[in-house]
Write a protein that binds this ligand. Sequence first.
Ligand SMILES: C[S@@+](CC[C@H](N)C(=O)[O-])C[C@H]1O[C@@H](n2cnc3c(N)ncnc32)[C@H](O)[C@@H]1O
Ligand code: SF4
Length: 448
Amino acid sequence: MKNLFAKYDIPAPRYTSYPTVPYWTENPTRDQWISELNQGLASEKSQWSMYVHIPFCETLCTFCGCNTSITKDHKRESPYVTRVLKEHEAYLKAAPALALRPLVNMHLGGGTPTFLSAFELDRLVGGLLKGLRKSPEGFEGSIEVDPRRTTLDQMEVLRKHGFNRISLGVQDFDPEVQRLVNRVQPFQQTFAITKGARDLGYESINFDLIYGLPKQTLETTKVMIEKTLELKPDRIALYSFALVPWIKPAQRLFKDEDLPVGAEKRALYETAREKLLSEGYIEIGMDHFALKSDGLAKAASSGTLHRNFMGYSDVRTDVMLGLGVSAISEAPGCFHQNEKVLPVYEEATDRGEIPTFRGHILSIQDRKHREQILRLMTKFTVELESEAQANDVRTFLHELIQDGLVAIDGKVLSMKPEGRPFLRNACMALDIRLREKAPNARIFSTSV
Ligand SMILES: C[S@@+](CC[C@H](N)C(=O)[O-])C[C@H]1O[C@@H](n2cnc3c(N)ncnc32)[C@H](O)[C@@H]1O
Ligand code: SF4
């Protein structure tokens, strides 16, 4: 197995979308995007979800690959909230069906959404929900919080608006690992926010953990999971550390030799996995775990698990509308991303415009491959469309097949249990755009 990790630990997309963002070529005009959005909402049965990006963080964690703006200036909260509300207004004008179709999920992500005070969170969420129809079959509101910068007031205000899911950034409990990544977060802080959320009635609590951080060992991983189990979150995202220093130079602050890689890195995941499974968690997809009672585990067992830009999810809606700087939206035939540079986003929203940066109109081929990759990522098996495709995939994956990691039986491609760590490698066989044109720069983190 050790050799296999060395052999297959290659740059590979995480497939939170297909085509992956570097392969977005068919840019929509703003009018085309709005038309695609309206089409996605045309059916009376259509439903949608909303993602709101809040980019601010007070300090930079040196492992971080997210789109952030580091500042301690809280005077920036109010103008940002005002601009997101303005963007929302522009959308309501361009796509009035947003007010008619049920909103199933609202997710606040970042950056750090709890950079915003309770007052600004209230103004933001209250303003966004005004005039919208929350799904009568169960609206879910979710937020990513940094326990170092979260108060009970903030969680309380969101509960009032129907928020019921909360995700805590934990990463690791080990003080030395925390110090090395510039994120000192005592256990007590994570404990207090977990307890506070439970007391307020949040139904699902998630912890984000990372394996592969500097100086993590089997021992520190065991402790990380033991401490996690003390608090028993409903869900756990155990992310592989994505080292992308060419995008995030801060990651250069720790030494390369501090990082576990290949088989050594994977052993951390396996150690965590074993402990979590023995405590009643179910493994979902390639990096998530959930208690049986949680929606994510239920979705996995009923075959409705989905994957989008935020990772694995138990809801799939016709449209996901992204608001805020750099936010990505998804309609059945089109992706759309907002301006990534904050001042440019600010200027566009000030003019009352939808702040389009780029996007991609999906071809019929793209839609087919998107569904195939989604199936493989969520179910570990997919039926290919023809003998010809099966032969092509067989040829592309012949080494993984020979090594007993994937199998093709007729037209059905499946991951073997031992092959699951190489799910991203297998998906590459279905990623025609990547196969036709290898990226000409380093873009993707490595697959293990
Ligand atoms: C937007 S942050 C979470 C919210 C909040 N800012 C916090 O840090 O607590 C989303 C999550 O992405 C994960 N993440 C960020 N950079 C990563 C990287 N380079 N590799 C793997 N996971 C990463 C972390 O687990 C983090 O909690
Ligand atoms: S991990 Fe969270 S708090 Fe740290 S820099 Fe990234 S987004 Fe900000």
